[in-house]
Design a protein. Sequence first.
Lengths: 415, 415
Amino acid sequence: MDIELVTIGTELLLGFTIDTNAAELARVLATVGARVVRRTTVGDDPGDIDRAMRDALTRTRFVIATGGLGPTRDDMTKKVVAAIFEAPLELDSGYLEVLRQRFAAMGRVPMPESNRSQAEIPRGATVLPNNWGTAPGLWLEGPPGVAVLLPGVPNEMRKLVEHEVVPRIREKGKGKGETVVRSLTLRTTGIGESSLAAQIGEREDRIQPATLAYLPSVNGVDLRLTVSNLPAEAADTALKRAAAELLPGLRAHYYGDDTTDLAAIVFGLLRDGGHTLAVAESCTGGMLGERITAVPGASAVFRGGVIAYANEVKVASLGVSLALINEHGAVSEPVVRAMATGVSERFGVDTSIAVTGIAGPDGGTAEKPVGTVWLAARVQDREQVMKRRFLGERDEVRARSAQAGLDLLRHMLRQ
Amino acid sequence: MDIELVTIGTELLLGFTIDTNAAELARVLATVGARVVRRTTVGDDPGDIDRAMRDALTRTRFVIATGGLGPTRDDMTKKVVAAIFEAPLELDSGYLEVLRQRFAAMGRVPMPESNRSQAEIPRGATVLPNNWGTAPGLWLEGPPGVAVLLPGVPNEMRKLVEHEVVPRIREKGKGKGETVVRSLTLRTTGIGESSLAAQIGEREDRIQPATLAYLPSVNGVDLRLTVSNLPAEAADTALKRAAAELLPGLRAHYYGDDTTDLAAIVFGLLRDGGHTLAVAESCTGGMLGERITAVPGASAVFRGGVIAYANEVKVASLGVSLALINEHGAVSEPVVRAMATGVSERFGVDTSIAVTGIAGPDGGTAEKPVGTVWLAARVQDREQVMKRRFLGERDEVRARSAQAGLDLLRHMLRQ
């Protein structure tokens, strides 16, 4: 079943409000086999709403609209859609009474006159009772197709979708061999989008009916597999087969599924191995510690760390020799090694991560440009170091450095 | 100038990604008098992209499209739009060289073959150089109107809009007597939304033609003033008058405008006062250091810090006495004081912030429930401590703690 969404509101269009409703609606609809094929946002203008609704109904004959159902002047979705369906508005005295009682319960008697319009229902429409606000949802069916009108307030929209819309769509889909959209995300890090694509190569041709999307971010490249138009069970099987096909191409860059955080993976490896961790951070300034301690229960493995931003701190708190810094510079292999060793010894831990780099915007040189980062990880007596050159702004360089530090330790813990 | 946005990506349509680009783009365009009148989202399907772009061009003759410019197979915006403008793709050898050099700088030689397609430019199109990623923006003008194609990666889109798109639109709008939408945000922290509303009281009646919106977040409550349908200069004057009306009601909770970060304000106060800073963090796990070091040039004031997650670290690295911890608990006034004193002495700085608290989900007691946080700030021999009880999840408690620590120091530095 193909559906179009129309979200209505000048606030959305001007960008003062982020449209989270549309994303949530699409995810929920997909689970019952309804596929959102287009989304349109227009402002609170009757002409614009009219055109967007007519266009969408012509294309798919099934449209869900959110917003524009409140009692204030700028809310006009109901009037416009009633006109499209040639269904005049009629006062629903039963719903008017429901509204009156709700206002009475809040101690507001009489009910504001402006709310009376919310009890006006297009003839023949089904009222979707809204127990979480005052504007009811509406379900219209007629020659133009199906139009479902929902309030724009996120919580009210969510509840109406769950209790009223999803059951009706499921009912409509019955006996039609209902199909769903499902997805699975394989998370990778330490490899760019195009190198990953080269590694995957022709494996991508063998993942059908799943489709593949590359989603790069500072944390790496997520690979989202999506399957549509299959019954639920077949969709899950197809996703598993597609993942099994791709995984060998991802090698050790793959670290988890869906929203798994790399820090949580590292935490699990540390806990399972009975390790304790400390960090020594220069350019990341605390970000590595923050990532690890974001994991609930982090205290089981994480002891703490030193934010060694100034060279004097590297010397005094980590025991890095000043001569080493003077000879090689603070962003260098010998210094990152000394930072990792120093924090391991001083904090009495058996694993550590150290980072030193040039996050920018200043501080770069021809030899060590902005984005140059040295990373070290220690596990007992083993140590690995890595030099990276990250592109991007200060924030990106730092975030990529923290992720790379966690990943370096992950690789060592898996050996 | 009326503009339509077309955002492209199956991910957006399926609701896996929230479309923040569209909102940001609309806000920025409004500041130069360009009004977004409709926004359409379609998936990575050439037919759908083609229809959406043609419809939008027919309505407004000016369309900005985001997404679908990357090197992987699912990116097809450029091909489709080139066909609409009847502008065949041609290899731009200059841009190809730019790409090659960028990959070489990252040590990736040869450049992956899939990136070569990013140097293919529709004939006659203007390349908008993307110094923050590999896919260039494109500006096409022809019989169908104007189409601007931007990458979907938020940071790249943002930079291209700022450096390439906004100046061109400003140039186009010159001398047309355009009206604009402008907004100004006053940032506050350390006070709840309803207390702030009570303090503002009837001042709100005197800010017309500006309107006021309350935007609460973990960092405090932002107050957004908006003015629409005025020429640029009149809009700016109206905003300034409205801000001057509200500011006395905000008292010292106000710390800056628009996207000003509290850490940057604290950094400025420290630098101007010739101070040096160190931090001692328990529950925030590095977040305070991360906030401060996110400010470019932080090294002028920030020396470093100790992430004292385990009690042993509080003792060994900050000199907190074990007896004190045993008597009062790690989350207590005496311990947070000792942490601030300890880090000031050991790092040889004249200002410091210390935080210790229970971020949850576990670790709370009847006496010290989850969300209990002790904060201390020192400036030379002065010291202030504060106990707070933050509501929310682990992440929220931590973020609110970091913000409160910065704000405590800000208050002391202003005295």
